[in-house]
Design a protein. Structure first.
Ligand SMILES: [Zn+2]
Lengths: 322, 284
């Protein structure tokens, strides 16, 4: 999956070291003809146990790191693994083309759908081209154009959220970043076709929500969704960006947290060790979830879909009314 | 009309606390203008709707004073005053969010950062609301989002125009994902309100940024701003850190936005009432 260097997270390292040792031993037994079968079996058992230990009890900050892992499958990987006949459409018809959001029509189980998502890069060059998955207004306006196109043809919309946030740049402000996001929120709320939004990596604030107003909102197990990045939160509230782990805990931003608070509909489990360890299995699980929810929404009329989405977001908020 | 049956509207009374903005410069008999640094008699500034009589600088204007001054005398009826914030995340920074709320509510005599209601503007019934910037920087959590949503629901039910005065740093971090979701909730409420073909006038005050700018505040049928208000998605400091250079003078100010086609007009405070009346009249 990874083209370019992928890094190892600090807490993954003991496992990766062990796996490295196993593969060396395997190589050695082939080249030297010695029998290390027993030792390999012992180490593999140990590796499995270690993996279980590390991943059964991840801290929120560790989940944040996994959600940003540069070997994690990105939107276009899912397009390749889950869809056929992908036709990418480009440009907002006003100013430009923004490659940090990719969208187009494709077949899912034979049915035409709109697929659209934030796209990050795996290395510096790709990230420069994709602006690290941080859209400018053009990206949001392209997204809006494609969503309205899908609606006109009665096609379901599947969005994939994976962004640190909308780009905070000079040109983005000049061209109306806030307007572009706001309009998407309104437009999505009244789309008369099924919309399923899945957070597959980072759900960074308004820049994520701007393609995230779905009838169903799903999250991969090691993805996050937050009003602000833990780093941003730490530097504002604790005046110390290194307290990001503390901020991640305070923000309660993991898929499990959000399901617990009934903000999302489902957590899609990832393979042991995280999505980047097995993108194919991850895509299979994601595909199953999308299929299930699409099927459930199929019987709803345009009016029903708008009503369903409205009720869902109308209900969000915690307060008392005395 | 669920909102009618739930609770009797509370008629707002002028409150000493509401007239005192967070800035301590407004306390006492004298006020120092933050722009021309002229020392002005406090009453003189208040009579002038908190606009500096020397340089026309627009000082912060408390929400309740604003509503009282802009609406037909005595016509404002407050709604949803009983909405109270909770602490769904059990959030703690340098202070527990619960404690922060408690002390802010006590100091300001307000439950949260938004006041909403129904009033008359030059004879027209309007559903409206205004941010209290002095309440945690006008940040939007569940209560603010709910109140704004209800402003549009009331406008829908009454088939009357909606007006929101925004002054906010954005979503409230301390309520995490619930704050973010208020952006979707309020924007969806506007989509519904559009059905009744009444105007929504969004008035952007200093400052309007973040999740508030990027949702209902930028969805006005008519977009007005007070002079020299800071308005944008990202805050200037974040942008400077990102692009590693100083921003040009006047960047993200009302005048800049008008020039870039992002708003309809800049309206000096003293002309706001007339302008709002005109908009509401033309669309009725
Ligand atoms: Zn002055």
């Amino acid at each position: 999956m990874a083209n370019g260097m992928s890094y190892a997270l600090e807490f993954e390292r003991p496992l990766l070291d062990l796996e490295q040792k196993i593969s060396e031993l395997k190589g050695l037994s082939t080249s030297s003809g010695s029998d290390f079968t027993a030792e390999i079996a012992r180490l593999e058992k140990k590796a499995k146990k270690l993996q279980g230990e590390i991943f059964s009890d991840l801290s929120r900050w560790q989940v944040v790191q996994l959600s940003r892992h540069n070997a994690r499958p990105y939107f276009l990987d899912y397009v390749g693994l889950l869809f056929t006949d992908f036709l990418e459409l480009c440009g907002d018809r006003h100013f430009g083309e923004d490659p940090s959001i990719v969208g187009g029509f494709a077949r899912f189980d034979g049915q035409s759908v709109l697929v659209m998502g934030h796209q990050k890069g795996r290395n510096t060059k790709e990230n420069m081209a994709r602006n690290f998955g941080m859209p400018r207004p053009e990206g949001y306006r392209k997204a809006r154009r494609l969503m309205e196109l899908a609606e006109r043809f009665g096609l379901p919309i599947l969005t994939f959220v994976d962004t640190p946030g909308a780009y905070p740049g000079l040109g983005a402000e000049e061209r109306g970043q806030a307007e572009a996001i706001a309009v998407n929120l309104e437009v999505m709320s009244r789309l008369r076709v099924p919309v399923i939004s899945t957070v597959v990596g980072e759900g960074g604030s308004g820049g994520a929500l701007a393609i995230g107003v779905g009838n169903r909102v799903l999250m991969l197990e090691n993805s996050i969704y937050s009003v602000i990045s833990p780093e941003g939160c730490a530097s504002i509230l604790y005046r110390d960006a290194t307290k990001s782990d503390k901020a991640a805990d305070a923000l309660k931003l993991t898929a499990k947290d959000l399901l617990g608070m009934k903000v999302i509909d489902e957590v899609i489990p990832e393979p042991p060790g995280g999505a980047h360890r097995d993108p194919v299995k991850t895509a299979e699980a994601l595909g199953r979830a999308l299929r299930k929810h699409l099927f459930a929404l199929r019987s709803l009329s345009g009016d029903d879909l708008v009503e369903d989405r409205y009720r869902k977001f109308r209900a969000l908020g915690v307060f008392t009314d005395s | 009309m669920a909102w009618f049956s739930k609770k009797k509207p509370v008629r707002s009374a002028p409150r000493a606390t509401a007239d005192a903005p967070a800035a301590s410069r407004m306390h006492g008999l004298w006020v120092k203008c933050e722009q021309c640094e002229e020392i002005i008699y406090r009453q003189e500034v208040e009579r002038n709707w908190n606009v500096c009589p020397h340089c026309q600088h627009h000082l912060p204007w408390p929400a309740r004073s604003r509503l009282e001054a802009l609406l037909d005398p005595g016509s404002f009826e407050e709604f949803d005053r009983g909405l109270e914030p909770q602490d769904p995340l059990g959030f703690t920074d340098s202070k527990k969010y619960k404690d922060r709320l408690k002390s802010t509510r006590k100091a300001l005599g307000e439950n949260d950062a938004f006041v909403a209601g129904v009033g008359r503007l030059e004879g027209h019934t309007v559903s409206l609301g205004c941010f209290l910037f002095e309440f945690m920087g006008g940040s939007m959590g569940s209560v603010v989002g709910e109140k704004i949503t209800r402003v549009f629901e009331r406008a829908h039910d009454l088939r009357c125009p909606a007006i929101v005065f925004s002054a906010s740093g954005g979503a409230r971090m301390q309520e995490g994902i619930f704050s973010l979701m208020q952006m979707a909730k309020t924007s969806a409420a506007i989509a519904r309100f559009r059905e009744v073909q009444k105007p929504y006038v969004s008035v952007l005050l200093n400052p309007t940024t973040g999740g508030v700018a990027a949702s209902f505040a930028w969805l006005g049928d008519v977009m007005l701003a007070e002079p020299k208000a800071l308005i944008g998605f990202a805050g200037p400091r974040v942008i400077e850190q990102t692009i590693r250079q100083k921003l040009p003078e006047g960047f993200q100010r009302s005048e800049f936005l008008l020039e870039h086609g992002m708003i309809d007009a800049i309206v000096p405070r003293r002309e706001l009432r007339t302008k709002l009346g005109q908009v509401v009249g033309l669309f009725s």
